[in-house]
Design a protein around this ligand. Structure first.
Ligand SMILES: [Zn+2]
Length: 118
């Protein structure tokens, strides 16, 4: 068993035991895998080229509390509503109906509603 990694959490900035977090959700990797192919893994683009790999990008970046916060307040919802197969999907429908928060016509600073996710 590997020893725990202690460091500064990139979100809460507290010194904590860091999780070996997926930078892209494991659910996303499952969703973009081609289950009908002999090599179902997604294509990874790097500076050196493109390879098809089962490797998932991970890093010790977040404490368990922050990782759970991101899961509960975003990732789980996105995984339930993003593209899965051909055709339309809930996230796309919502984005098509949404008003932009910034447009070139307004040329103003980006206005973000504060405390929306707290
Ligand atoms: Zn944290």
């Amino acid at each position: 068993m590997k020893p725990p990694v202690i460091g500064i959490c990139r979100l809460c900035k507290n010194e904590r035991q860091l999780q070996n977090s997926h930078l892209l959700s494991a659910g996303f990797y499952r969703a973009v895998s081609d289950k009908t192919s002999q090599n179902p893994h997604p294509i990874l683009l790097t500076r050196g080229g493109a390879i098809q790999t089962s490797r998932q990008i991970r890093a010790h970046a977040l404490c368990s509390e922050c990782e759970q916060r991101l899961n509960n307040r975003g990732e789980d919802w996105v995984l339930d509503n993003f593209w899965r197969e051909t055709g339309d999907f809930p996230l796309r429908q919502m984005l098509k109906k949404a008003e932009p928060v910034w447009t070139r016509e307004r040329e103003g600073p980006l206005q973000i509603e504060r405390n929306r996710w707290s």
